[in-house]
Ligand binder design. Sequence first.
Ligand SMILES: *Cc1c(COP(=O)(O)O)cnc(C)c1O
Length: 384
Amino acid sequence: MSDKTHHPDTVAAQALGWIDERTRAVIPPLHVSTTYLRDEDNQYRSGRIYARADNPAFDQAEAVINTLEGGHQALLFASGMAAATAVFQALKPGDHVLAPKVMYWSLRNWLMNFATEWGLHVELIDMTSPAAVAAALRPGKTALVWIETPANPLWTVTDIAETARLAHAAGALLAVDSTVATPLLTKPLALGADVVMHAATKYLNGHSDVIAGVLVTREDSPYWQRVRKVRAQVGGTLGSFEAWLLVRGLRTLHLRVRAASVSAMAIARHFESHPLVAEVLYPGLPRCQGHEVAARQMTGGFGGMLSIRARGGEAAAIAVAAKTAIWKRATSLGGTESLIEHRASVEGAGTPAPPDLLRLSTGLEDVGDLIADLEQALAAAHGR
Ligand SMILES: *Cc1c(COP(=O)(O)O)cnc(C)c1O
């Protein structure tokens, strides 16, 4: 199956249609070897030496994700954080970096602590405002702009094409955390981004049983070669079994993402004007920040992530989460089971999450059951 000509659904369902050459198996074998035989004349014609750098277990997952993103090359990492931090570790001390005020919390923590201590000048700005991006860019100094869209946990939307234009005009690269959008709903590279990152832990694997990350580049470059070195030498390398599970998860990506998007939209609409809900945050709702941009840059849905703000403040929000039965109180997102989380408790001081906010990861259960469970939890939290 050639890479570029098929519909994403076909690419995903067949995991590019790869057949194991030796056995004709339609499902790949699980390669666990850590080392590869050298040729008699001391060469390594297999192209593989040692599994920290090269692993045939990665090839199919990387090829599928690269094809879905329309990239030049994909690289798997041991986690989303290993992938994201590699983007910054490949920069040089003294480089100026822009990142959003609203973004995945662990990465924000790493940027403001480790990355800063190691010599990156990290500036957090309002990425939803092209004027703020333009004002913060320092031509010749800013090496990279990092965005996340839609962004945890407010689901604010950043215009990828406009941000890419501004970054490139200042000589900076644009990297996009597209974990929530998935390659089914947004194609950052086609919109001008240089690198796309996914926590493959989330939708790409989709079953809450693998920690993994991936980067995809639009083109080869000296910068990308440094990213490759970070993976091989720093050693944030994924395990073979995790890569194998990831290929299995990818086969249903399109069905899972579409179903979660449809349910999330129904849930957002249902609770938008609910008396016990102060606000619903979801880019699919016309009254939410960034809806217009999302409608332009997302295709086929607005994703499975939304947040609701409970009337009654923090105590009410925590009480709602305590009363859900189907929605599981747990962190993470993008699995088949729906999850609910009081984000401010997780993020602590400095969080942009209001204290009454509950983050919802819509799973694949019946949407009527999901709505009814939230209804009864809201009522129970208010003693009704
Ligand atoms: C989970 C997540 C990450 C980090 O991925 P891990 O696999 O947990 O390291 C980064 N960005 C976003 C948006 C995430 O949801």
